[in-house]
Design a binder for this molecule. Structure first.
Ligand SMILES: [Zn+2]
Ligand SMILES: [Zn+2]
Length: 267
């Protein structure tokens, strides 16, 4: 599973303790039930996924679903780039299945909407399949695969995802493509859509490599290995300090852009 940890997506901490579940009967699949940008699956649009997940968390925690949740209602959230965001995670009671239905199944959201992006692509189906297997292996989930509409009056998870779930959520034939492709616009690579920070395990990827390469070009001593370790963090903080940003050692969107856009003052 291509996991995006809560730290990586900058999740808000839960406002209260989770209730524990040990071995639910299986997994229920959901969609957003609202609009999702039609172009969200584009290779440079992963930042829209991150924004969407933030938005859903804020909505759930501020009572947008009628009741104030302690956290995003889903255990996992899968995006059309093949990533899985950790929501409540394993062994925690979800809040998305409806009253009385949360202890029976984990809740997994596919970032598909009722308008805009409505048909899951193959990367999203891979991610959902990965999520189901992860919940079985790590979360004690049983073999049931259902949709939100099973036992509850809702259109969720939409006809396409529901039909796929009914078929047993098969893995698509096409292999999963490589993660996050960095594309350049005006010489500045588009922000990959995830905050890069020192984490355990270390964050890795083409985005880290692209950033390291630029810092080396700017004259810093840094390995271009695509792994964001303590040395990368130190270089990041030092660079931020130099360009007048707060030296956090965290590559957020602003720091990412500054990596390319900053120009040394004329001598
Ligand atoms: Zn649902
Ligand atoms: Zn995405």
């Amino acid at each position: 599973m291509k996991k995006i940890s809560r730290a990586s997506w900058n999740a808000i901490a839960p406002s209260g303790p989770y209730s524990r579940i040990s071995s639910p009967r299986g997994v229920k699949i959901h969609y957003t039930g609202g609009p999702v940008p039609a172009d969200i699956a584009g290779p440079t649009k992963h930042r829209l996924c991150v924004q969407h997940v933030h938005h859903i968390q804020q909505m759930h925690m501020s009572g947008g679903r009628g009741e104030t949740y302690i956290d995003i209602g889903y255990n996992l959230i899968c995006c059309p780039h093949g990533y899985t965001f950790i929501g409540r995670g394993v062994h925690h009671l979800p809040a998305a299945n409806g009253p009385g239905l949360n202890s029976g199944h984990y809740a997994v959201l596919g970032l598909v909407g009722s308008s805009g992006f409505t048909k899951p692509n193959s990367a999203l189906l891979h991610a959902l399949r990965d999520a189901i297997e992860y919940l079985r292996e790590e979360g004690g989930a049983g073999n049931e695969i259902k949709g939100h509409r099973d036992g509850y009056s809702t259109s969720c998870p939409g006809d396409d995802l529901y039909a796929w779930a009914k078929r047993g959520a098969p893995r698509p034939d096409e292999p999963l493509e490589k993660p996050i492709k960095i594309t350049y616009e005006d010489g500045i690579p588009l922000w990959p859509g995830r905050v890069i920070r020192l984490a355990d395990p270390y964050m890795q990827g083409n985005d880290v490599k692209t950033w390291q390469y630029k810092l080396r070009k700017r004259g810093w001593t840094i390995d271009v290995d695509g792994i964001y370790g303590p040395k990368s963090k130190a270089v990041c903080a030092s660079y931020q300090d130099k360009v007048g940003a707060k030296p956090t050692g965290v590559i957020d969107e602003e720091t990412w852009d500054l990596t390319w856009s900053w120009k040394p003052p004329a001598a």
